[in-house]
Write a protein that binds this ligand. Structure first.
Ligand SMILES: [Zn+2]
Length: 412
């Protein structure tokens, strides 16, 4: 069964960053180690001297820290590079297979798992049915899934660093408590604890759109961007906000963009308000609006097929959804002045039918001084995206440099 007593060194690295009582010097060491590791992740293969230059640490400190990281198997030495006649410099690179993390995305019907390495490459995947939404039962299901995934992937369990879980709803990421999830009907569920008790692994819980945003920031289109928004379109509308290089969570519920009211006379939304943005764009609402034209579809895929076949009312419905979305995003652009918008989610299936009216409404309604330099990026949502995003919750812990912003230090 679970070899729970085997707690790896790398796992302790992560746990120790959360220990409030830790001695200040020890804390500094953990942060410097994260700083070095992050520098190697972003710029490797890289020499020790260059790591020192980028991090502001002394070469001696970098040498001591990298020795430890090599021993733990998180980085390795590469002897290559521009030697200019002398001995080739020894470069350091991240060892992607040095550790693994599991990401899990919860929905009311399924739990999707991905096992990734340190580069967030998916090396194992699994989907389990969710027979019950009762929290203890779901936690047990997650624990069972992790056990199966590790066994099927033939990795050493001691190399598993932690578990990240993404879910729709309002989550207090610091405490791992789901404050409210209308989909799962949860309120104040300490879900990270429930999974931790069953796996003896550090467990991180966050809103699923935040996890997608995080994976974009660490590995995707958001790399190098300090101010960007991830907007997901699908069953609902999600928003992940990165401000000053940090994910912005507010009091835990920031990003409920789908429930901003754009038509106070509109339909009553699931949240109880009228005319939320979601009621113009979300899948269940498109189906409902289609039904008003006496066009009944069982699934959103059927509706999309009709639009692709040239059904004019369905095309118009999707175009209206795009325009409503663009109108809402114009407000975000005016308020937050981001440099980049990343679009993701199942709704990207509509392509230009949704995106073109979205762009038109966005540029027509946002202040041109704020929208003229804006970059737009569309991310087709692969099957692994959500679970991979959840996995990045754990990877972020490993690379986190809380007191010293790496970008400031390196001047990047
Ligand atoms: Zn609403």
């Amino acid at each position: 069964m679970l070899d729970s007593l085997e707690i790896p060194v790398i796992l302790l690295l992560v746990i120790s960053t959360n220990e409030k009582s830790m001695h200040k010097q020890k804390l500094l060491k953990v942060q410097n180690r994260a700083l070095v590791l992050n520098s190697i992740r972003q710029h490797g293969p890289i020499s020790r001297v260059d790591v020192a230059r980028r991090t502001g640490l002394s070469v001696g400190a970098v040498t001591a820290l990298t020795r430890e990281l090599v021993e733990n198997g998180l980085i390795y030495e590469k002897q290559e590079g521009d030697s200019r006649g002398g001995r080739p410099p020894i470069l350091l690179a991240l060892q992607p297979e040095g550790a693994y993390v599991v990401g899990a995305k919860l929905t009311e019907y399924h739990i999707t798992f991905a096992l990734t390495n340190l580069d967030a490459d998916v090396i194992g995947r699994l989907t389990l049915e969710n027979p019950s939404v009762e929290p203890e039962a779901v936690a047990q299901r997650v624990a069972d899934g992790i056990h199966r995934l590790v066994a099927d992937s033939h990795i050493q369990r001691s190399r598993l660093m932690g578990v990240g879980i993404g879910m729709a709803g309002i989550v207090d990421a610091d405490s791992g408590v789901c404050l409210a999830s209308p989909i799962l009907h949860w309120e104040n569920v300490p879900f990270a604890d429930l999974v931790e008790q069953r796996t003896i692994l550090p467990v991180y819980l966050d809103n699923d759109v935040n996890t997608l945003t995080l994976v974009e920031k660490l590995y995707g289109a958001g790399v190098g961007s300090n101010h960007f928004l991830t907007i997901t379109v699908g069953r609902g509308i999600g928003l992940g906000i990165v401000v000053n290089g940090q994910l912005y969570r507010g009091m835990g519920g920031a990003g409920e963009f789908g429930h901003t009211v754009i038509d106070p006379q509109g339909y009553t939304c699931d949240c109880g308000k009228r005319g939320c943005l979601e009621t113009f764009v979300g899948d269940p609402w498109l189906l409902r609006r289609a039904a008003e034209h006496a066009l009944h579809f069982n699934t959103i895929d059927e509706l999309w097929q009709a639009a692709q076949n040239g059904q004019p009312q369905m095309i118009q419905l999707i175009q209206q959804a795009g325009a409503s979305l663009g109108y809402g995003i114009a407000m975000l652009v005016n308020i937050l002045n981001p440099q980049l918008l990343i679009f993701s989610g199942e709704g990207m299936r509509y392509g230009e039918m949704l995106l073109q009216p979205m762009r038109e409404a966005l540029y027509a309604n946002a202040m041109s001084a704020l929208s003229s330099g804006l970059k737009l990026h569309t991310e087709p949502l692969g099957d692994d995206a959500w679970a991979r995003g959840a996995a990045s919750l754990v990877l972020q812990e490993l690379f986190r440099t809380s007191q010293r912003d790496l970008d400031t230090v390196t001047g990047m």
